[in-house]
Design a protein around this ligand. Structure first.
Ligand code: LLP
Length: 434
């Protein structure tokens, strides 16, 4: 469910007419719905009812300071993956003491920063990382709290680039080797064993792989509890969202109309399947959702530059590009494209929706059926709240896009579009070229 819908002919985010946002702040601009984020968070927290659960928002999905502050206010902690993310949480006025620090290559400086700010736990990806943690913690005269990421070798049935729980992925320690890794960790003087972690992949559309992974790892977790008195089990993130019918899926009726065997994953179904497996462990349960919390809460507004009629093919050229939203180019991902002004009297148009960047890969949709659109009209790329702005780049010397947050009838710019001066501020021509 989300808060994007046409009121009359115009697409609104909550009570805000998105065309007004586009006119005021220009395009390409990301727009986030605070109510949708809060609704997603609350449903997930409720779905885990009965567990001692802590949601650690995987902020890599969207690390805008406004988004972080919103989730902190709702009670979330964070799943962090860099020193930069630690600093962002602090800059958002939140604290990292309930947050976890993941990633396969944490540097000594990042580890020290996390320890200085009292991070809840490190999610350790390898045996050499344990040694590094022990070394840095020893230097600072503290103990590093750790959970080892176990790789359960489960197929998440998702895109190859975002599947992480197979034995041939770079992540975690294989289950068969994990007992030895824990035994080694327990012997390190500056490490304290606190939990277990796993994460099998992203954009999972059914609960079955989650169930398989929890069933596979739970006996090991119970053993660690008995042996080392661990306090928590993090089951990672990965809950998928609806991309194909993004706009329609804002309404409960859409969900009610889905056949039960085809219904995409919901937080209620996720909770119903996992709570009975997790509760008997008697541990704190951590969850690291990213996409589920923010994906359907954001859209990318763009303006049509030209409709170019080609030989047997039309190109709708828009002002957003792969640098603003790289997911279609990178993962062949689908984003629904919706006109801000819906007009059912218009002719239909089949077109490739493309950006202005000089690459054929700069294409948001191939042969998409749309309402006919011309220069100056606005479109929304739906389900762009996760891994959208967070993955944007300056390719083609295009500025990072602006970001706006909506709450009810109010909206505010939460990240201004970059200027050329900001883009080039750190660059210089070396003396030997002058
Ligand atoms: N925990 C860990 C250890 C992760 O690696 C990730 C995501 C998450 C949690 C959050 O997963 P989520 O709930 O968002 O599925 N850029 C890609 C997705 C990359 C996911 C990376 N890891 C995309 O645009 O689809």
């Amino acid at each position: 469910m989300h808060h994007f819908r046409h009121i009359g002919q115009n697409l609104h985010c909550e009570s805000v007419d998105l065309a007004e946002v586009a006119r005021l702040h220009g395009t390409p601009t990301y727009v986030y719905s605070a109510a949708t984020m809060a609704g997603n968070y609350t449903r997930l927290a409720r779905g885990l009812g009965g567990l001692d659960a802590q949601v650690c928002y995987a902020m890599k999905a969207n690390s805008s300071l406004a988004v972080l502050r919103h989730f902190a206010n709702l009670g979330a902690a964070f799943d962090l993956v860099s020193g930069g993310e630690i600093r962002r949480v602090l800059a958002a006025g939140a604290d990292v003491r309930r947050s976890v620090f993941a990633g396969v290559g944490k540097t000594e400086a990042e580890i020290a920063l996390a320890l200085e700010h009292g991070v809840f736990s490190f999610h350790v990806e390898s045996e050499p990382e344990l040694a590094r943690l022990n070394h840095v913690a020893g230097r600072l005269g503290v103990k590093a709290p750790v959970a080892i990421r176990v790789n359960p070798d489960v197929d998440a049935h998702t895109h190859a680039k975002i599947t992480t729980g197979k034995s041939d992925n770079k992540f975690g320690v294989p289950l068969a080797r994990a007992a030895a890794a824990y035994a080694a960790a327990a012997k390190l003087p500056h490490v304290s064993v606190k939990g277990v972690q796993m994460h099998i992949g992203s954009q999972l559309t059914s609960v079955a792989p989650f169930v398989e992974a929890v069933e596979k790892v739970a006996p090991f977790v119970a053993r660690l509890k008995a042996e080392f008195g661990i306090a928590y089990f993090s089951v990672g993130g990965g809950i998928g969202i609806v991309y194909q019918d993004a706009l329609a899926s804002g309404a409960q009726e859409w969900w009610d109309a889905q056949p039960s065997d085809k219904r995409p994953i919901t937080p209620e179904a996720y909770g119903a399947a996992l709570v009975p497996l997790l509760k008997p462990l008697g541990l704190k349960i951590l969850l690291e959702p990213g996409r589920f919390l923010v994906g359907n809460a954001g859209v990318l507004l763009t303006r049509v530059e030209h409709l170019k009629r080609g030989e047997g093919k039309n190109f709708l050229i828009v002002d957003a590009a792969m640098n603003d939203l790289v997911r279609p180019a990178m993962y062949d991902s689908y984003h629904e494209i919706v006109p801000l002004h819906r007009d059912t009297t218009r002719a239909a148009l089949t077109a490739d929706v493309v950006g202005p960047v000089c690459e054929s890969g700069d294409c948001f949709a191939h042969g998409r059926q749309l309402q006919e659109a011309g220069e100056g009209e606005y479109l929304a790329l739906m389900s762009a709240g996760a891994y959208g702005a967070a993955m944007a780049s300056r390719y083609n010397t295009r500025p990072l896009p602006a970001e706006v947050m909506v709450s009810g009838g109010a909206f505010e710019l939460v990240n201004a579009r970059e200027t050329f001066e900001q883009m080039t501020a750190n660059e210089k021509v070396p003396a030997f070229l002058k």
